[in-house]
Design a protein around this ligand. Structure first.
Ligand SMILES: Nc1ncnc2c1ncn2[C@@H]1O[C@H](COP(=O)(O)OP(=O)(O)OP(=O)(O)O)[C@@H](O)[C@H]1O
Ligand SMILES: [Mg+2]
Length: 281
């Protein structure tokens, strides 16, 4: 197999080099017909891989996921340029439930579970696009995967702990039997042990053949379990590469891993500062 790491494209991290399941090309998104929030974003998720998308608050990560799952409309947003394909089929213009039926599921930011419904009702809601008779079997499969959800199947979801709610959000997404899982900051606000647990679940799902686009600010975790990563800043990809290379990258380490930082506010500022330092020295 050719060594593709030299050119730095996704698919080289794991050595599997799968064909792309998700391809985003030159995506532009505008909110309220006025604010340009994504400015020409291109990104690929190869089959069977975990791809990390890092970026500070407001970079546009959630907006990118909304564009993929047909949820921009309800936020007064619009794709104004670019293309996205899932397994070769165009995504833009499709309704959210059609996108789920194609095989994409999203775990939204801040674990948007249905707080007044029970755990089981939440899981069944995740299967609303399905008409097959195997939904019950899949429920049991989720309870086997997440025993805590099985124990609490009749509890109101709003009373679960933060970590349990995150597991429920992931389990609910799995109820649509996705081939691509989009995760929006699944470790946000979790204690370190639970962060590890979420990371383990993502790896397990990936080993079962689900491709993952993992949006995170927790770069250490995201890069540890992904094969390739992208860094987004103010609506643009400013850096990308195999995850192990990103982990060693000084700018990424300083801003995202908090190693050797000197209080700079964003990734680009770190980069500018370094460039200036190089010029001055
Ligand atoms: N519905 C909206 N209307 C107008 N502007 C919006 C809307 N939603 C998000 N934005 C703006 O778009 C930009 C990107 O927001 P987005 O939520 O995509 O960022 P993010 O990278 O997910 O940030 P975070 O890490 O805080 O979740 C921000 O400047 C935000 O204020
Ligand atoms: Mg977000």
């Amino acid at each position: 197999m050719p060594d593709r790491s030299a050119v730095g494209c996704p698919g080289d991290g794991s050595g599997k080099g799968g064909r792309p399941v998700l391809e985003i090309n030159n995506l532009e998104v505008v909110y309220n017909r006025a604010v340009l929030v994504l400015r020409g974003v291109s990104l690929t998720v190869p089959d069977g891989e975990v791809i990390a998308l890092l970026g500070a608050n407001g970079a546009g990560k959630t907006t990118l996921l909304r564009a993929l799952t047909g949820l921009l409309d309800i936020h007064d947003g619009e794709v104004t340029k670019g293309r996205a394909t899932f397994e070769g089929e165009d995504l833009f213009g499709e309704e959210p439930d059609a996108i789920i039926r194609k095989g994409i599921a999203q775990v939204m930011e801040r674990r948007r579970i249905l707080a007044d419904l029970t755990v089981e009702e939440n899981l069944l809601a995740g299967a609303y696009t399905r008409r097959d008779p195997e939904v019950r079997d899949d429920l049991e499969a989720q309870y086997a995967r997440f025993p805590v959800l099985g124990d609490r199947r009749r509890s109101v979801a709003g009373y679960l702990s933060g970590g349990e709610q995150q597991m429920l959000a992931v389990a609910r997404a799995l109820m649509s039997r996705p081939r691509l899982l989009l995760l929006d900051e699944p470790t946000l606000g979790l204690a370190p042990m639970l962060v590890d647990e979420v990371a383990r679940v993502i790896q397990e799902l990936n080993q079962q053949g689900i491709s993952v686009l993992l949006v995170e600010q927790n770069a250490a975790t995201a890069l540890a379990i992904s094969s390739y990563g992208y860094v987004m800043e103010t609506g643009k990809i400013v850096h990308d590469g195999p995850s192990e290379k990103l982990m060693e990258d000084e700018d990424v380490r300083e801003f995202y891993l908090g190693l050797g930082g000197e209080g700079r506010r964003n990734y680009r500022e770190v980069k500018h500062y370094r460039r200036r330092k190089r010029w001055l020295s």
